[in-house]
Design a protein around this ligand. Structure first.
Ligand SMILES: [Zn+2]
Length: 167
């Protein structure tokens, strides 16, 4: 398996983890850091509610955990995998700490359609996105919308009319 296939597999794993997290009452966002030498972080999940820290988004939680455990330099050149495209805060944190590229399963516009609209009015790509050496990339891994659908269904909310059916 090439390194790129490995990243796609890890992104699919993150989506599966996200669905399990939603089934336990969480939000459909998981962030995973993969360092250049292959270190894979534990999945980060949103901890804003539990900690009262408004910056404890899934992706930033994952990046902080790697920096705390292995040193901030571990983030340099690493890839950030995200089940939902990072918000501007997380893009900025990633760019400022040397993350090389971001790969996400669901883009911001699609997340907004599914009830999570955290888009900014910044022009695209944003300065933080441009600061990523490897850029930001969408990968449509299987079942990427499953965590969002599960989130809405558990709350009795209607699914958006997008033809989604793969549950
Ligand atoms: Zn964020």
């Amino acid at each position: 398996m090439s390194g790129d296939d490995t990243l796609t597999g890890l992104l699919a794993d993150a989506v599966a983890c996200s669905r399990r997290h939603v089934e336990q009452g969480g939000l459909p966002f998981v962030g995973v850091v993969v360092s250049p030498d292959g270190l894979v972080s534990p999945p980060g999940v949103n901890q804003v509610r539990e900690t009262g820290d408004p910056t404890a988004h899934a992706e930033t939680v994952a990046m902080r955990a790697v920096a705390a455990r292995h040193g901030p330099s571990t983030l340099i050149g690493a890839t950030l995998l995200a089940t939902g495209e990072p918000c501007s805060l997380c893009y900025r944190f990633a760019a400022d700490h040397g993350i090389g590229r971001v790969i996400y399963a669901v883009d911001q516009d699609t997340a907004a359609t599914w009830g999570f609209d955290y888009r900014t009015r910044d022009e695209q790509p944003t300065p933080a996105q441009r600061a990523l050496v490897g850029g930001a990339e969408h990968r449509a891994v299987a079942d990427r919308l499953g965590p969002f659908a599960t989130y809405l269904q558990l709350r009795g909310l209607p699914l958006p009319d997008t033809g989604y059916s793969a549950l």
